[in-house]
Write a protein that binds this ligand. Structure first.
Ligand SMILES: C[S@@+](CC[C@H](N)C(=O)[O-])C[C@H]1O[C@@H](n2cnc3c(N)ncnc32)[C@H](O)[C@@H]1O
Length: 754
């Protein structure tokens, strides 16, 4: 087929999904390069790769949009750029146009970061990316893998007009005076000898968590630098408060960003933090202050984006000097991204499936009925993620910062979003809420109203948010577990030392929980006579709530735990003592409940008693992080990992942990509460270690369950106390043992444990 015919087909396929031509072409162009013009790959699954790439681009743009405060900086920068007469426009690459590219008649807008399906980050503009250097260096050249090299800028203070002494500032610890790749590996964790948490997916990690080994996405490279004296090329200086932002470009298209922060506090006691410390602190600010929850957000990459936007603008055809900022392309893009945010999230899910088929499937839904919900989702997401954004009476999102800035421009008002009927239909037809991350697809249905699930990031395993310390000590496991065994520890032929441990294995060889073990767990949870309650000397929950007047510990239920074999044991992956770690396999469905409990989860297949359904996964927070978080937002699903609190082995309030699935979580976040006689029970499961501060929570069936039955578990909430920082709700579980009924605490307790 002629290249033009290929392109036409691709564009037609994308248009059928409601994507505009202008969005398709630049992405397609990059995809052609990436796939080495292999049209058969691009056309696979109804151009799924192309759709994925477009949605990724939209998502990336949306991320930029969320970074409100940085957007302000960008705006200043762009203002300055267009006013500066000496902007060098860099060098254009003239000889790259292929037959296919020729057919794409639009001027190239480089796709800055195009992620491959596996989550790898590929900088398609790496080959012509600018590289920058410190003024204190002479010309050096280092070659980096062009596929992996993202444009990145080392920070080297340099003397400026406003701050001639800047060059004398203490250099960040460990930052070499040569341009060395700046990776996201945590200095601290390396120093402590801690292994990173076992987080398998790049997409799911936040700045706090190590990025996966071997992934090119994990490294933010500082490419080769050619050193220029910045003073000769400075084109933009923007004072903001007492700080000054400067941008410099060289004749070869290199960009340098320098922010001089005037109020130098600390005087002689100033010490130099490491670059890694600084980056983490900054990402913490972004998370806490600006609520940038995207785990892929990185300050370094953001600075890269500023630099590449600068270049992109600087190499564009000349704009009239007085061009008003509201017409600037980069900002328009961000606004667009905001409008499309929810769509992008839904599209990402859709991209994994056959989009066209789903559009057809959902065509009977009324787009009008969804319009309100969608806009609602959008404005909610904007409010949640842009700290200084508000919405005016007409539904316009307003940039509050501009109200205080004299020369505010037309950039501040985002017009009401108009979402096409196709987009709305697609949102309503998601057939896999896990976005393909689990081994089974989990669809959602709403037979009650036109609501769609609120956006959240699906992740199969819990991840550390910021401060939580989760220790994985391989050596320790080996000592405690069956290093001598091989194959399947549950096979009768095996003489596995774990089998002779007190209690033996928790699982049968069919992968179910041993009935005795399960019954004990159930009765421990439901029967007061069986309960062992442990009390902390200094309860982390009470400390986090009020450090000044420390309330006595309210007690924590000691729980029986499962110990699974792991990769460091001598057995294989087929070992029957590995269940929770292999993830969920049950056919499930998210559905909207009809009695005011919102979404729920049900099984589509019959389940026997003792079957593992799923893990409770979420962000691993410290208790103080949880309390801090719950004071500013309503959390729906925090679970405190207190099964061993109060025991002698557990010490250190700072190591008290919990899980929160509100923003990042797995399918368990849809499971509703049922008092006492729920059909699921959560059981602590030790996989990577026997550290009693952290464990997995596996949800197992407490009885046989019929297909289409709703799954529930007892959250353990007491509806009349404030111990759990959960959003209070009026319980509608319908259980005869419901605790949300007013009665004396004594009779309530006896009822509960009846
Ligand atoms: C972990 S979420 C469960 C999924 C939730 N229903 C949803 O729509 O996303 C917990 C929230 O669900 C609601 N919920 C769960 N169980 C409930 C019950 N028995 N009665 C009323 N609301 C319940 C409460 O709003 C609670 O904060």
């Amino acid at each position: 087929m002629a290249p033009n015919a290929h392109i036409k087909k691709a564009i037609t396929a994308m248009k059928a999904l409601g994507i505009e031509e202008a969005q398709i072409k630049p992405v397609l162009k990059n995809l052609l390069v990436l796939y080495d013009k292999k049209w058969d790959l691009i056309a696979e699954d109804n151009y799924r790769a192309l759709a994925d790439a477009i949605f990724e681009t939209q998502e990336t743009q949306f991320k930029d949009c969320l970074i409100f405060v940085f957007l302000i900086i960008v705006r200043f920068v762009v203002d300055q750029i267009f006013q500066a007469a000496e902007v060098d426009r860099g060098k254009r690459k003239a000889n790259e146009e292929s037959d296919d590219e020729d057919a794409l008649d639009e001027p190239e807008r480089p796709l800055k970061r195009l992620r491959r399906r596996g989550g790898e980050v590929v900088s398609t503009s790496a080959s012509n990316s600018p590289s920058l250097g410190s003024p204190c260096l002479n010309e050096t050249t280092t070659h980096h893998d062009q596929e992996t090299a993202l444009v990145s800028l080392p920070f080297h203070p340099m003397p400026t007009e406003n701050d001639p002494d800047a060059g004398a500032l203490v250099m960040p610890k460990g930052e070499p005076f040569t341009d060395i790749p700046f990776t996201s590996t945590h200095q601290d964790s390396l120093e402590n000898g801690n292994s990173p948490a076992p987080m398998p997916e790049t997409e799911e990690t936040n700045g706090r968590v190590e990025e996966p080994h071997g992934s090119t996405a994990a490294t933010v490279d500082v490419p080769t630098t050619t050193i220029e004296r910045a003073s000769e090329h400075t084109v933009a200086t923007t004072p903001e408060g007492s700080s000054t932002l400067e941008l410099a470009s060289s004749a070869t298209g290199q960009v340098k960003i320098n922010l001089s922060f005037a109020p130098a506090t600390g005087g002689s006691s100033l010490h130099a933090p490491s670059m890694d410390e600084l980056r983490r602190a900054m990402e913490d600010v972004c998370l806490r202050q600006y609520k940038i929850l995207d785990p892929n957000f990185s300050v370094t990459r953001f600075l890269n984006d500023i630099a590449s936007s600068y270049l992109e603008l600087a190499t564009k055809a000349e704009q009239p000097a007085n061009q008003s900022p509201e017409n600037l392309p980069s900002l328009t893009t961000n606004v667009d991204a905001l409008k499309k945010s929810a769509a992008a999230i839904a599209f990402t899910a859709e991209g994994r499936n056959d989009l066209a088929a789903k559009v057809m499937k959902s065509a009977n839904q009324s787009p009008e009925s969804l319009q309100t919900t969608k806009v609602d989702v959008l404005s909610k997401s904007a409010t949640a993620t842009t700290a200084n954004t508000s919405t005016d009476r007409n539904g316009h999102v307003r940039d509050d910062e501009n109200s205080g800035v004299g020369e505010s421009t037309g950039l501040v008002v985002v017009p009401e979003c108009h979402i096409s009927a196709d987009e709305l239909r697609m949102i309503s037809s998601v057939v896999d809420i896990t976005f393909g991350k689990e081994t089974v697809e989990i669809p959602w249905v709403n037979e009650v109203n036109s609501k769609v699930p609120s956006p959240f990031r699906y992740m199969t395993q819990s991840l550390v948010y910021l401060d939580a310390e989760v220790k994985f000590s391989l050596g320790n496991i080996k000592d405690q577990c069956c290093s001598s065994c091989c194959g399947d520890c549950l096979s009768p032929a095996m003489a596995c030392s774990c089998a002779t441990a007190p209690g033996g294995f928790a699982y049968t060889k069919d992968g179910l929980l041993q009935n005795d073990f399960l019954e004990e767990c159930i009765s421990e949870a439901r029967n007061p006579q069986k309960q062992v309650v442990q009390y902390c000397k200094e309860c982390p929950l009470e400390i986090a709530k009020n450090e000044e007047t420390l309330e006595p510990c309210k007690g924590h239920l000691k729980r029986k735990a499962i110990r699974e074999c792991w990769i460091n044991c001598g057995c294989t992956k087929k070992c029957g003592n590995q269940v929770v770690q292999h993830g969920l396999h049950t056919k499930l469905q998210v559905f909207f409940t009809s009695n005011g409990r919102g979404w729920g989860l049900r099984t589509l297949e019959k389940l026997p008693k003792g079957a593992f359904v799923c893990e409770l996964a979420g962000e691993i927070l410290t208790i103080s992080e949880l309390v801090q978080r719950s004071s500013s937002e309503k959390l729906t699903s925090p679970v405190i990992l207190d099964a061993h609190w109060g025991s002698e082995e557990v010490s250190g309030v700072n190591r008290a942990l919990c899980l929160d699935g509100t923003h990042y979580g797995n399918i368990s976040r849809f499971i509703n509460h049922r008092c006492v006689d729920a059909n699921l029970i959560e059981i602590p499961v030790h996989v990577e270690n026997m550290d009693l501060h952290y464990y997995h929570l596996g949800l197992f069936t407490t009885r046989d369950i019929e297909a289409m039955e709703e799954l529930t578990w007892d959250y353990g909430v007491e509806f009349n106390d404030q111990v759990y920082p959960t959003r209070p709700f009026h319980c509608r579980c319908g259980s005869e043992f419901c605790r949300n009924v007013k009665r004396s605490s004594k009779s309530k307790k006896s009822k509960k444990r009846a």
